[in-house]
Design a protein around this ligand. Structure first.
Ligand SMILES: [Zn+2]
Length: 54
């Protein structure tokens, strides 16, 4: 049984969270501001705001 679908999960971009360093995969809600996304969660965002940039 053949399918024409080509898995493209590997094509999704990902980058490490600036706060916890864990890799975060692309999410649809980040489509518009993926470049601006630096943290993986609200908790990390709060930590990022509490910690000055290097
Ligand atoms: Zn994080």
């Amino acid at each position: 049984m053949k399918t024409g679908f080509r898995g493209n999960k590997q094509a999704l971009p990902s980058k490490p969270c600036r706060v916890c360093g864990r890799p975060m995969s692309w999410r649809r809600k980040w489509a518009r501001n993926w470049d601006a996304v630096a943290v993986c969660s609200d908790a990390c965002r709060q930590r990022a705001r509490a910690t000055p940039r290097p």
